[in-house]
Design a binder for this molecule. Structure first.
Ligand code: DGI
Ligand code: FE
Ligand code: FE
Length: 197
């Protein structure tokens, strides 16, 4: 953890570092609630590592993100090429592996997919996806407090709300939408509706 924090302090802005620590603590709290093996703290440690590293490539130049992808056979879509900030998850997972020898696929997937989400996420992926949105220093948006409660009462519903709000925001802003963001929304919308029937 020390080595990771040192790297983050060097490569992130102050605000981004602050956000990162917030995500790590929020993810750990959620891991306490949802721990599949409550007799040990392995899952909490995974949540802390994934939380700390999820944005480790966020402050990197766009050119450098593209270069790292090209050099390491990391594929990207046209939308990602046009909006290279979308690549900070994929590149972040690459850095986690290269700099910190993180080999746990679940942690790497949680970092890779934290911006768009994806259908049928693992518990850790869901936690990082939601923790990123609700950590205490996030700029308040209308439904944030509802989502903060849902994160600890109904994780699938929290994901549905996050993706719904993100899509509404992107539509208003006129940003191009990654298919994964839509697929995540549709998957969790169906899941939530099924549960309510
Ligand atoms: O890195 P963070 O700011 O902590 O959070 P993040 O990785 O979830 O990125 C948030 C931004 O990503 C937010 O401005 C919305 C944007 N985003 C999420 N899905 C899509 C997207 N942007 C585009 N263009 N397309 C998407 O599908
Ligand atoms: Fe991010
Ligand atoms: Fe983040």
């Amino acid at each position: 953890m020390k080595k990771i924090k040192k790297y983050l302090k060097k490569h992130l802005t102050k605000e981004r570092y602050h956000h990162t620590v917030g995500v790590a603590y929020t993810a750990m709290s959620m891991a306490m609630k949802y721990n599949p093996q409550p007799d040990n703290n392995e899952f909490m440690i995974k949540a802390e590592i994934a939380g700390l590293l999820h944005d480790c490539a966020k402050c990197m130049d766009n050119d450098k993100k593209i270069r790292i992808c090209n050099k390491n056979q990391i594929s990207y879509s046209k939308i990602e090429a046009e909006n290279p900030y979308l690549l900070h998850g994929k590149v972040g997972a690459y850095i986690a592996r290269k700099e910190f020898d993180i080999l746990d696929e679940d942690i790497l997937n949680a970092i890779t997919w934290h911006t768009t989400g994806r259908p049928d996420m693992s518990l850790l992926e869901k936690i990082i996806f939601v923790a990123d949105y609700i950590e205490p220093s996030r700029r308040p948006i209308p439904e944030l407090n509802l989502i903060r409660q849902l994160a600890f009462t109904d994780l699938e519903k929290a994901i549905y709300q996050v993706t719904k709000d993100t899509l509404a925001y992107l539509k208003k802003k006129g940003g191009s939408i990654d298919p994964a963001t839509i697929q995540t929304y549709e998957y969790y919308q169906k899941l939530v509706e099924k549960g309510e029937k």
